[in-house]
Write a protein that binds this ligand. Structure first.
Ligand code: AHG
Ligand code: MN
Ligand code: MN
Length: 335
């Protein structure tokens, strides 16, 4: 049988995430099996959360918990559920000695004292969109620990700075579910095949266009925005750029990654230091955008060069996306 006949009769399903990780393992500086296991754990939790998100309207898992998280924000049931799923998967996988989650004030020690990695995570991003059936996501960031192997993880493991990340990515629960990640050698995207229960490589080398037609921000905050942000947005409108804002960072970021554009979460009166969290929102998405040829700044500074303070849940302004657009904004921030 010729290859063409064979492919017509049975269209190839492509490369699974698992096989892709194995193929790429020579690019990874550390023990490859360990990273594979971590990514596998994240993918597994992503599949489970995907299932729960899809059923959310049916399984009475939408709605508020009636409690606030460490950020003082109202937790949704899915925030809590996703947190449990990811922490459990990383605990059972054995490679992560600790997890820092948006939903928990303190570091979670997994008990894997010999694990060499720590994972910072926003288990459910875009929680205000859960109840209205709009795309949401998960963001993750991985470091090699600096604390002693065999003992508990320490805060310092999470406070190494953005450039110390060894892998980062996100899961988007959208019209299809995708896992997009980097280990510092470009960005690859995988689409979830529901019936097979696997992520397949769908976007082998994602590059963000240098320019783009989209600006994404919550314009309701316009009167709080610093002058340089308003000046930049005014030029976007003069050039008739398109406004697109889902209100789930992962979804807005993912769209702009493909179309080109800029996402902005500037400081506001309510959040003078910015709203988004440095360790599990800004750093991972900044690392990934640089790997895709884009730029991420907090204003004048590159996000990855901003040193963390001692606060694990610190916030930062975020401007991220196409290189030319972000540099244009950065110029305005500097002048
Ligand atoms: P989270 O749901 O993890 O708390 O994150 C919400 C974030 C982010 O996803 C989104 O871009 C932003 O908050 C939206 O904020 P506004 O509603 O203030 O625009
Ligand atoms: Mn978030
Ligand atoms: Mn969240």
């Amino acid at each position: 049988m010729s290859q063409t006949t064979e492919n017509t009769l049975a269209t190839p399903v492509g490369i699974t995430l698992e096989r892709y990780i194995m193929r790429k393992q020579s690019e990874f500086a550390f023990a490859t099996g360990e990273l594979s296991q971590l990514l596998r754990d994240i993918a597994l939790a992503g599949k489970i959360v995907n299932r729960d998100v899809n059923r959310a309207g049916l399984s009475r898992i939408t709605g508020a918990m009636g409690e606030k998280n460490v950020q003082g924000e109202h937790q949704q049931k899915l925030d809590v559920e996703a947190n449990i799923r990811f922490v459990r998967a990383l605990t059972n996988g054995g490679e992560a000695c600790a997890v820092l989650s948006e939903e928990d004030e303190e570091i979670i020690q997994t008990g894997n004292v010999n694990g060499k990695y720590v994972v910072a995570i926003d288990p459910l991003d875009g929680s205000s969109n859960i109840d209205v059936n709009v795309s949401i996501g998960t963001i993750f960031s991985i470091y090699r620990r600096v604390s002693r192997i065999g003992g508990p993880a320490r805060k310092e493991d999470f406070l190494q700075g953005g450039r110390a990340q060894i892998a980062a990515g996100y899961v988007l629960y959208g019209s299809s579910t995708m896992l997009v990640y980097t280990t510092g050698h470009g960005v690859a995207g995988f689409t979830y095949e529901n019936s097979l229960g696997e992520f397949f490589l769908s976007h082998p080398d994602i590059r963000i266009p240098r320019q783009g037609p989209v600006f994404s921000c919550n314009e309701g905050n316009w009167f709080d925005y610093p002058e340089f942000v308003r000046a930049f947005l005014t030029t976007c409108k003069e050039r008739r750029l398109t406004a697109r804002y889902v209100g789930s960072l992962v979804a807005d970021y993912h769209r702009n990654l493909f179309t080109g554009g800029i996402y902005l979460y500037p400081p506001t009166a309510a959040q003078p230091g910015g709203k988004l969290r440095l360790l599990y929102e800004c750093y991972p998405l900044a690392y990934l955008i640089e790997q895709a040829g884009g730029v991420a700044v907090t204003g004048a500074d590159l996000v990855l060069d901003v040193p963390p303070t001692a606060d694990l849940h610190q916030r930062a302004p975020l401007f991220v996306g196409s290189a030319d657009l972000v540099e244009e904004l950065r110029c305005k921030a500097t002048n």
